[in-house]
Design a protein around this ligand. Sequence first.
Ligand code: GLN
Length: 475
Amino acid sequence: VEGHLAQIDTIEPIVRALLLRTDAHARAQAAELDHRRRPAGLLAGVPVVLKDAFVTKGIATTANSRVLAGWIPPYDGTHAARLADAGAVLVGKAAMDEFAMGSSSENVPGDPVHNPWAPDRVAGGSSGGTAAAVAAGMVPLGLGTDTGGSIRQPAAMCGVVGLKPSYGRVSRFGMIAFGSSLDQAGTIARNVRDAALGLSVIAGHDPLDPTSIAAPPGDLLGACERSCAGMRVGVHRRALELPGLDPEVHAAFAASLEVLRDCGMTLVDIELPHFELAIATYYVICAAEAASNLARYDGVRYGRRVPAEDLARTIEASRSAGFGAEVKRRILLGTFVLRKDGYDAYYGRAQRVRTAIARDYDDAFACCDVIATPTSPVPAFRIGERAADPLAMYLSDVFTVGANLAGLPGISIPAGFTAATTGRPRLPIGLQLLGPHLGEAALLTAAAGHEAATAWHRERPPIFAVTLEAPGAPP
Ligand code: GLN
């Protein structure tokens, strides 16, 4: 723990991955383990960060929103509780896009997160703080949330592993809601096994969340050891004709398919007929759910109050001051698609397309075990480069939102780098694998197979090494 706190001292001023450091809390947790006041759990002594969307007892939790500034939760969410029971040591709350709305960790009231590979670039989002902290060696493991790609996409941009489980695999109790039918908690780590280990700690039924699934997660670590030979990998060729797909991302993806084939997997072509509709469908549904979920922050029931002369004006002033521009945009969009005479044309239709998209995946998984795609169509872009164009930002979720609409598990693993020639630095590229609902085991087997055959996950950004020589520094 001391080694990692030293690493954080050095690196955090460059990366800005944390909204809050919890050094004292971490040292107390570590001391408790040292004195063996508790039986050693699966993560005994492992330093972790939690995205600030996870509720932590006695530790400020804001979802990076001014509206929650000053809130000290009186309880732990299931994620914080299960990590602590397993012996994990919380060293900080990780930065994120406000209420997890974004793809770059730039929708923030304060500093954006900087990519450890190139600090003038974004870390991805919305779990950019967790991904950057893991990539920079500040912690070996962290939790993020994924509503439309927010674990997988920052993992890809930071060169680490991001695992989004099936909807219902992990409790949502104590995870600040964005789109309730899409949100899932998951892990970010530097290899597939660590991501699986973290998931095995937080997964499983939770009586406090009625959408959590009773089926046990199974032997996730065992799944990482199993041979992937003979597995079938579905490839949706048409998706690769996407105009915004970066050529270097395309090339890395093609190379990954060769790796999978060399591991003994078979490539099969699949069709996802409604693929092009996923982004529009996602942004209607997530905005509708966000507008509903965020209605509670009115300065009266929840959230920081900005007093005004009467109730209506107090609510207006509190919400105006409390929310940032992107959150307001989603609330307006969500309210629009839910209004009486728009409901059928937008929200109702989006729900029907969602069903069609889920059926496409069911059909595809009839002839393959996992589906491979790039994670993000582009590597990490420059801070500010896309901030003025929300539509361009939304399009960067094209490969990830389908899994959330259909409730499927997905993982992003390191799969190459851009060449440091064409005016941009060497930047990580991710490979996404999707599995059928509750098919985490197959997903992990395929991902671990690719990882074992490549060395991308062993690469570290130059700043990682800063304190490596210090006694007790992280491996
Ligand atoms: N980028 C997507 C959005 O802004 C996904 C975010 C997420 O997964 N939390 O909605």
